[in-house]
Write a protein that binds this ligand. Structure first.
Ligand code: PAF
Length: 268
């Protein structure tokens, strides 16, 4: 991969990377389109596909994570992706170095999934070192992840610019995610309550976060199979909790629908 990246670099071709764990869907397709626009017609769009064991704090979750390499390659062909980088393994057996971030990762997903962001940052750093992209595209759906990656790039001087692609949603508002494939029909319908909660928050600007969180939890848990992990109103730049939900803040939430964990977020 590094040799190929050097060929592109010597030809002064702009390289744009979309890192994924596969099971590609319409959300990924829209990120690939962001990448293509940035790469322009003569640039290179690379999609990496690698289910990164280091970011799964739950081994069952890793085991059941959907995998569909040939369908993924087909979607990449449809989008005229120039290269798919799908390594079988990225780690030495005795790998002993991981990246740690000590601020943005101490809350929300970082708190619920210990070690998750160390795994994400480590694999993304490796992908940046292998593909040497000028730009890399991440989904706004994983807002905390995107914020952490931007901080990593800033603090470690990676020569790459991070672009965000908007969250794609089903007609009923459910954020498109590879994990949706694991939901049963009724669970899939109940999952849409997360986006309803975001909408409710947008209509409640000026409310105290603590009151709004209580109301949202009640709204979400009216669905029989949905249980809230967290709901937080934060400052968009530093993910610090805010006391009052105001325009420009963001609501981030996570819930279990049956045994499937879904996350979503929205700008207020
Ligand atoms: O968002 C994902 O799919 C993964 O966390 C990423 C960024 C590809 C790293 O494995």
């Amino acid at each position: 991969m590094q040799r190929q990246a050097a060929v592109w670099r010597n030809a002064a071709q702009r390289v744009v990377l979309v890192p994924t764990m596969g099971a590609l869907h319409e959300g990924h397709r829209s990120l690939i389109r962001v990448a293509r626009r940035k790469a322009r017609v003569d640039g290179i769009v690379v999609v990496s596909i690698y289910v990164n064991p280091l970011q799964f704090n739950d081994s069952r979750d890793l085991k059941i994570y959907p995998r569909s390499l040939s369908a993924d390659k087909q979607l990449c062909r449809e989008e005229s992706v120039d290269a798919v980088f799908a390594p079988i393994s990225l780690y030495e057996k005795d790998a002993s170095v991981v990246l740690v971030e000590n601020d943005l990762t101490t809350c929300l997903e970082g708190k619920c999934r210990p070690g998750h962001f160390a795994g994400v940052m480590t694999v993304v750093a490796k992908l940046f070192n292998l593909v040497c992209p000028d730009f890399s595209v991440f989904g706004e759906k994983d807002f905390q992840q995107a914020t952490v990656i931007k901080r990593m790039v800033r603090d470690l001087d990676f020569p790459v610019s991070i672009l965000l692609g908007p969250t794609k949603r089903e007609e009923d508002g459910l954020a498109i995610s590879s994990r949706n494939l694991l939901l049963t029909g009724p669970q899939r319908r109940q999952g849409a309550v997360l986006s309803k909660a975001i909408e409710f928050s947008r209509q409640s600007l000026g409310s105290r976060a603590v009151d709004l969180k209580r109301k949202l939890k009640r709204l979400i848990e009216k669905e029989p199979d949905v249980r809230v992990d967290y709901i937080e109103f934060v400052d968009t730049l530093n993910l610090k909790p805010v006391k009052v939900a105001r325009k420009g803040n963001r609501v981030l939430l996570a819930a279990r629908v049956g045994s499937v964990r879904l996350i979503d977020n929205g700008l207020l």
